[in-house]
Structures are given as structure tokens and as C-alpha cells.
Design a protein around this ligand. Structure first.
Ligand code: NAG
Ligand code: NAG
Ligand code: NAG
Ligand code: NAG
Ligand code: NAG
Ligand code: NAG
Ligand code: NAG
Ligand code: NAG
Length: 489
């Protein structure tokens, strides 16, 4: 009697729950009972297979089960309902959060702004899904808008309760956020460095696919230089997700990822040692891909056994080119001829393939080049090689910190930045020279020369390199900083 009464009242309680007001506390309570019941059923079925167990005990359990408030069917139903609730509670948020548009790159960034990165001192900052930090949830993405990142969205979901109709994509997915673009080799490379660091740290795991974003907008390709560098590094062709096939009516179907790694801070937070590790691997992989010897510059000596000093002028055409290539080449050629073993190469950056650039840098000890993306190639040189940079008029005061990126990459990749020459002369600006409006004019400026300065500078750098190379000759030390096999095979 008492039992059936309590069963009744409990049933009423459930009715109230579903019909009138929803109480999360109660449904958690019910769920808990469900779980207990299922465990008991488990025990029962186990025991049922072993007749040797005391029947009395079983009988008691069965009575207990029968008299409890729910049948197993009700219980399964309740679990299903809870799963559906969890499934429909997956909430998609815009990839680009406009509330942070004035601090787009700071803190959590405006990209997936509700997420926290995993970051250990000196290491790469990343997010991994699923992980302890995501409480075992997977990353899901929706949308393929290429003009406004707030139309694309993200959510987290447990594998058992993925959003309705979601596609589960197997394997490891790299999700990249780039504040600039994937075509400029400097900006593109900056976005790739953290993935290479993660790859080194995780037994050289190779991604099954890439997803590229700029401000939350989908990008479906990288520039050719970057594509080749990544293919060389990971040893296979890149698959870049386009999200062009998955649509249901007017709404995009979400894709969820078995395993995903998200990067949105470029190299930020990485120590110099960690960055050097990345550039060492990139250099080694690129050389191997392009069939360049991994032995490094020590291997090259002239017929007298003197180490060859490779001096390379890497020229631009158009903006930030030298106004008079012939004269500038003449000045450096003269300086080079004064030093035994020096060999001058002149190349144009506009029409070299990736491997031609890798080969050129692999035979270079001193890189002479105007400020510009082509300088990114410097990390293909052996470690400790030298860089000489040139700016047109007006950059120092107006160009912001961006003008120092090749100082930075020199430091990060273990090169020696030998300073920069800044042309005091150039196009006239109608405003005072430090007026911001002048940058529009100076930006596209060309670079002149100062013969006495260039000669002296080249002489000093050549001298320094000559001494270093002679020392290396003695110790026959490999200068690549890597053995014949790259860090990751
Ligand atoms: C428990 O209920 C089942 C049917 O739901 C019945 O076959 C069984 O005899 C009941 N057991 C006891 C101990 O009441
Ligand atoms: C899921 O797919 C079904 C059948 O294709 C469709 O009727 C339903 O609207 C879809 N649900 C969502 C949330 O897109
Ligand atoms: C986005 O995906 C839809 C199909 O879901 C496709 O028709 C459309 O072309 C895609 N847009 C872009 C820019 O790829
Ligand atoms: C490197 O050498 C291999 C084997 O000789 C060849 O198949 C490959 O095409 C070469 N790669 C490049 C970039 O020259
Ligand atoms: C590459 O470009 C430079 C500068 O425009 C030009 O002088 C040179 O002939 C070009 N080389 C090739 C192989 O097209
Ligand atoms: C060229 O550089 C030297 C320093 O090496 C400097 O004294 C001289 O004024 C410069 N000439 C011009 C025209 O700027
Ligand atoms: C680069 O130069 C520094 C200082 O001369 C030296 O300690 C270091 O071993 C060199 N690195 C390599 C890879 O040769
Ligand atoms: C450089 O290192 C490679 C691989 O460790 C080795 O085979 C080669 O002999 C070294 N070269 C010199 C000059 O020591």
C-alpha cells in the first residue's frame, strides 16, 4: 500500500514537472535514479547468467526494482529526453565577436572570444578539443561566409550529443586565425609557426585538414610559397576545408571535429628557444623537400680550400626597389671582390619558385635586401648568417613597429641582423615629413644609395663573417644547427 502510494505521488510529481513548471533539480534527481536503476539492471543481468548466485538476494533486488517509481522503459525514455535536451542546448556563437572589435587581437581576441587558451610559460598558446579544458567537448563550426566573420559560428558539444544533423569529421583538424592574410609570406608564416610548434610538441602529429580564418571569415587557400612550405613540413598535400557541400535548406549544417587545435595568437607567448626549434625544422624540411644538401655552408670551399662567403643581393621590382640597381650592385660587387672567397649572387624575388628561393638562401651567408616580404626567406640560410636591410625615406618615423619584423624574424630564426640603412632622400611630401599623411607617399618609395656608407658597411660585415667561417672551418662544425635528419621524420 505504502509503496504504491509513494509511486503514485511520484508519478504526479513527474506530471507536474512536465506539464507545469520545469525544475532542473528534479530532473537531475530523476536522472540519478535512472542511472542507479540501470546499474542495478546491469548487476541483475550479470547475475542472471550465473545461476550459482543466491536467488534470495536477486529476488530482493527485483522486488526493490519493481517497487521503485519508474520502470526501465520510463527510465530509458527519460535518458533520451535528457540527451535531446543536451543536444538542443548546444549554442552557436558568432566566430567574430564585435564587442571586442577595438581590441581584436588582445586577450581572448574577438575570434571565439568566450574561449581560453592553454598556455605554459614559453610554449605555444593553443586550444585543444576535446580536452580537460573543454570538459571533453568537441569543437563544432558552422558557416562558410567569406565577408563577415560574425555570420560564421562555433559551439562546443559532447560527442554523444552533437547538434542535430551535424557531420562528425574524423582526424586532427588545425583551425587557424590570422589577423592579416595567408598570401603575404610574412603574415602567413606567422600564423603557421604555432602549428609547427604544436606539431613538434605532439610527436609530429600531422593534420587531416586545415580550416583558415581571417577575422572569422573563411579562407580556402594560402599563397603558393606558404602552401609549399607547409607541404614540405608536414610531408603531404594540404587539405583546406571549404564547407561548400554541407547545407540543409537555408541553414548551414554544423561540422564537428573528432580532434581540433585552434591557434589565434601567432607566435605570441613562445620563447626564443621554442621559435628557433620551429625555424630549424622549417629550414631542414624545406631543404630536404627541395633536394638541397643538409650539410650547411661549411661544405662550400673554393679551389684553395678557403670557405666561400656567399653574398646575395635579393632585389625587388616596383615599390622599395633600388632606384638604380646597377650602381648598388656595383658597390657590393667591389666590396665582395676585396675579400678572398667572397662570391656575389644577384637574384630577383619576383620570379623565383619556392625551391629556387630555398636553394638561393642555402648558399647565402650575407643577405642584402630591401625591406619587404621576400626577406622572410632569411630563415632558410644557415643559422648565424647575416642580414642587411634597406628602407626608403620616411619609414622610421611613420611606419610603426611593423618595420621591425625582419629584425624579429632574424632573432627568432637565429640570424644576425646587421642593421638597416635608411635613405635620407626621397619623394617630397607636401606636409611636414613626420605627418602621418606622408606615409602614403613614402610607402611606395624607392631606395637610393650612399657609396661610402655601403662600402664600409659591407666591408665590416664581410670581415665578421670571414672570421666566423674561418673558426667554423677549424672546428668543422655544422652550422645548420640540425643533424641530417630533421627533428620530425
Ligand atoms: C517484477 O516485474 C516483472 C514484470 O515487470 C515480473 O515478471 C516479476 O515477477 C516481478 N518481480 C517481483 C519480485 O515482483
Ligand atoms: C535535420 O535534417 C532533417 C532531415 O533532413 C530536417 O528535416 C531537419 O530540419 C534538420 N534539422 C536541422 C536543425 O537542420
Ligand atoms: C557555402 O556553402 C554553400 C553550400 O552550403 C555553397 O553553395 C556556397 O557556394 C558556399 N560559399 C562559398 C563562398 O564557398
Ligand atoms: C628531389 O629529388 C627527387 C628524387 O630525385 C625528385 O623526385 C623530386 O622531384 C625532387 N624535388 C625537387 C623539388 O626538385
Ligand atoms: C626575373 O625578373 C627580373 C626582374 O624583373 C628579370 O630581370 C629577370 O630576367 C627575370 N628572370 C626570369 C627567369 O624570368
Ligand atoms: C653617406 O654616409 C656617410 C657615412 O658613411 C655620411 O658621412 C655621408 O654624409 C653620407 N652621404 C650622404 C650624401 O648622405
Ligand atoms: C652561432 O654563433 C654563436 C655565437 O658565436 C655560437 O655560440 C653558436 O654556436 C652559433 N650557432 C650555430 C648553430 O652555429
Ligand atoms: C654535418 O652533419 C652531418 C649529419 O650529422 C654529417 O653527415 C656531416 O658530416 C657534418 N658535416 C661536417 C662538415 O661536419
Amino acid at each position: 500500500m505504502a509503496v504504491s502510494a509513494s509511486r503514485k505521488s511520484s508519478k504526479n510529481a513527474r506530471k507536474n514537472l512536465t506539464l507545469s513548471h520545469y525544475s532542473p533539480k528534479l530532473s537531475i534527481y530523476l536522472l540519478a535514479i535512472c542511472v542507479i536503476l540501470l546499474v542495478i539492471f546491469e548487476i541483475k543481468s550479470l547475475h542472471a547468467q550465473r545461476p550459482s548466485l543466491p536467488w534470495n538476494f536477486m529476488h530482493q533486488w527485483q522486488t526493490a526494482i519493481n517497487s521503485s517509481m519508474m520502470t526501465s522503459q520510463e527510465c530509458t525514455q527519460e535518458l533520451k529526453t535528457m540527451a535531446l535536451k543536451l543536444q538542443s542546448s548546444v549554442t552557436f556563437l558568432p566566430l567574430k565577436d564585435l564587442r571586442y572589435s577595438s581590441t581584436a587581437q588582445q586577450g581572448h581576441t574577438w575570434f571565439m572570444s568566450s574561449m581560453h587558451d592553454t598556455h605554459k610559460e614559453g610554449e605555444v598558446q593553443y586550444q585543444k578539443f576535446p580536452s580537460k579544458a573543454s570538459k571533453g567537448r568537441l569543437l563544432c563550426l558552422k558557416g562558410n561566409d567569406t565577408h563577415d566573420g560574425s555570420w560564421n559560428s562555433y559551439a562546443l558539444a559532447w560527442p554523444q550529443t552533437l547538434p542535430e544533423n551535424a557531420t562528425l569529421l574524423k582526424g586532427l583538424t588545425f583551425v587557424s586565425y590570422n589577423h592579416y592574410n595567408y598570401d603575404n609570406i610574412w603574415h602567413g608564416l606567422s600564423a603557421m609557426v604555432p602549428f609547427v610548434a604544436w606539431h613538434i610538441k605532439n610527436q609530429c602529429a600531422v593534420p587531416t585538414r586545415w580550416i583558415l580564418y581571417h577575422w572569422g571569415e573563411l579562407r580556402t587557400k594560402m599563397g603558393p610559397w606558404l602552401t609549399t612550405l607547409m607541404e614540405a613540413t608536414y610531408g603531404e598535400a594540404l587539405i583546406i576545408e571549404k564547407f561548400d557541400g554541407i547545407k540543409e535548406g537555408n541553414d548551414q549544417i554544423p561540422a564537428c571535429f573528432e580532434e581540433a587545435v585552434v591557434m589565434r595568437h601567432n607566435e605570441g607567448g613562445m620563447s626564443r628557444e621554442k621559435r628557433i626549434e620551429v625555424y630549424d625544422l622549417l629550414r631542414c624540411k624545406a631543404r630536404a623537400y627541395c633536394n638541397v644538401s643538409l650539410e650547411g655552408r661549411v661544405a662550400e670551399v673554393n679551389e684553395k680550400g678557403v670557405p666561400v662567403i656567399g653574398m646575395t643581393m635579393f632585389m625587388r621590382i616596383g615599390t622599395r626597389s633600388f632606384k638604380n640597381d646597377r650602381i648598388v650592385i656595383g658597390i657590393f660587387n667591389k666590396a665582395c671582390r676585396k675579400v678572398e672567397g667572397c662570391r656575389l649572387l644577384v637574384a630577383y624575388s619576383n620570379n623565383l619558385t619556392f625551391c629556387e628561393q630555398v636553394k638561393l638562401m642555402s648558399s647565402t651567408d650575407i643577405l642584402i635586401s630591401p625591406h619587404g616580404a621576400q626577406l622572410t626567406n632569411m630563415f632558410f640560410m644557415d643559422r648565424n648568417s647575416s642580414v642587411m636591410e634597406f628602407f626608403p625615406k620616411g619609414w622610421l618615423k611613420l611606419a610603426g613597429v611593423g618595420q621591425y619584423v625582419y629584425h624579429w624574424i632574424a632573432s627568432w630564426s637565429g640570424m644576425v641582423h646587421q642593421g638597416a640603412w635608411r635613405d635620407p632622400d626621397g619623394d617630397q611630401c607636401q606636409y611636414p615629413d613626420d605627418d602621418r599623411r606622408c606615409m602614403a607617399i613614402f610607402k611606395g618609395g624607392k631606395i637610393g644609395y650612399n657609396e661610402s656608407f655601403f662600402s664600409k658597411w659591407a666591408g665590416n660585415v664581410l670581415n665578421e663573417v670571414k672570421i666566423r667561417k674561418a673558426e667554423e672551418m677549424v672546428s668543422k662544425k655544422n652550422t645548420t644547427g640540425i643533424s641530417s635528419a630533421c627533428g620530425c621524420i
